[in-house]
Design a protein around this ligand. Structure first.
Ligand code: F6P
Length: 326
């Protein structure tokens, strides 16, 4: 395998809190190992357009606590084409980059896998997404922060819901994964969560309404996972309004506020560990793997497993919410 002396680093797809801590860790661990770091801006889009500069240890000073990504990010359409990837590889060569570290979610790691298959460039992925939907790692960078942000929002909504005796449907992010919905529902004591992994969303709504939770409580909160498979909080709210005109129903869609803010300690530590492990992995001759954490130990997960296999939601979590929301 060719000797590595310069790495490239980029963030891609939806930003997540803790990405900066990961960029910082990769940069410092690489420099600590005597390597150079080329920072690639705007994800694969910046790689195609040669938006690249060298990073020093100072480049990442004062960034560990910042949300978003200092490298900025993009969902590059051009990179999905063979021509786009050819241009990207040209710039990898022109900048003397021997290995690439990609921080992002499913689509971003799929891009790294494709590049690594077509060209001789070792790629390492770090799981950076609030969705927590990558297989092989217990958690992803940004998930804990987003979960805490959602929990804070639900707590606030509960105050007004209680005061008015209302049902709230709160829609949270997660793409097609229900981790944010299920666990924020448990953490904030919500009455139900409608998630794409669990039976049909219709049945989940029936279950919630059927339990008649409002009779015993001043308010009810149902967390709805956004998902192309489901119908969204507005739909369920309308249905309940139609079928139970006595219920006072409101909807809140939390949206992109879930992605911002200072990363929690857990996300900063996770990102720091994964960043250092990414450099260690390259030194060990690893390529085309995502670095994850399983049972608190660093693991290497081949790209095709990380992005292709479904990460299931533990049935125990579904049971916990059902038991506690009586
Ligand atoms: O993958 C992260 C995520 O925040 C998803 O939860 C959400 O579906 C999506 O990105 C939103 O993407 P965008 O920022 O492009 O609207």
């Amino acid at each position: 395998m060719a000797k590595i002396s310069t790495i490239g680093i980029l963030t891609s797809g939806g930003d997540s809190p803790g990405m900066n801590a990961a960029i910082r860790a990769v940069t410092r661990a690489a420099i600590y190992s005597g390597w150079k770091v080329k920072a690639i801006y705007r994800g694969y889009e910046g790689l195609i357009h040669n938006d690249i500069e060298e990073f020093t240890t100072e480049s990442v000073s004062g960034t560990i606590q910042r949300g978003g990504t200092i490298l900025r990010t993009a969902r590059s359409k051009d990179f999905l084409t063979p021509e786009g990837r050819a241009k990207a590889f040209e710039n990898i060569k022109a900048n003397g980059i021997d290995a690439l570290i990609v921080i992002g979610g499913n689509g971003s790691l799929a891009g790294a896998q494709e590049l690594a298959q077509e060209y001789d460039i070792p790629c390492i992925g770090l799981p950076g997404t609030i969705d927590n939907d990558l297989y092989g790692t217990d958690t992803t960078i940004g998930y804990d922060t987003a979960l805490n942000t959602i929990m804070d929002c639900i707590d606030k909504i509960r105050d007004t819901a209680n005061s008015h005796n209302r049902i709230f449907f709160i829609e949270v992010m997660g793409r097609d994964a229900g981790f944010l919905a299920q666990n924020s529902a448990i953490a904030a004591g919500a009455e139900a969560a409608i998630i794409p992994e669990e039976t049909t969303d219709e049945e989940q709504l029936e279950k919630f309404v059927g339990r008649g939770v409002r009779k015993s409580k001043n308010s009810s909160i149902v967390i709805v996972s956004e998902s192309k498979k489901g119908k969204g909080a507005l739909y369920y709210a309308d249905r309940v309004k139609e079928e139970y005109p006595d219920y006072d129903v409101r909807v809140t869609i939390l949206g992109h506020l879930q992605r911002g803010g200072m990363p929690t300690a857990s996300d900063r530590i996770l990102a720091s560990r994964l960043g250092v492990a990414a450099i260690e992995a390259l030194k060990d001759g690893q390529r085309n793997v995502m670095i994850g954490v399983s049972n608190d130990k660093i693991v290497y997960v081949p790209f095709n497993k990380a992005i292709k296999l479904d990460k299931p939601i533990d049935r125990e979590l579904i049971n916990v919410l059902s038991v506690l929301s009586i």
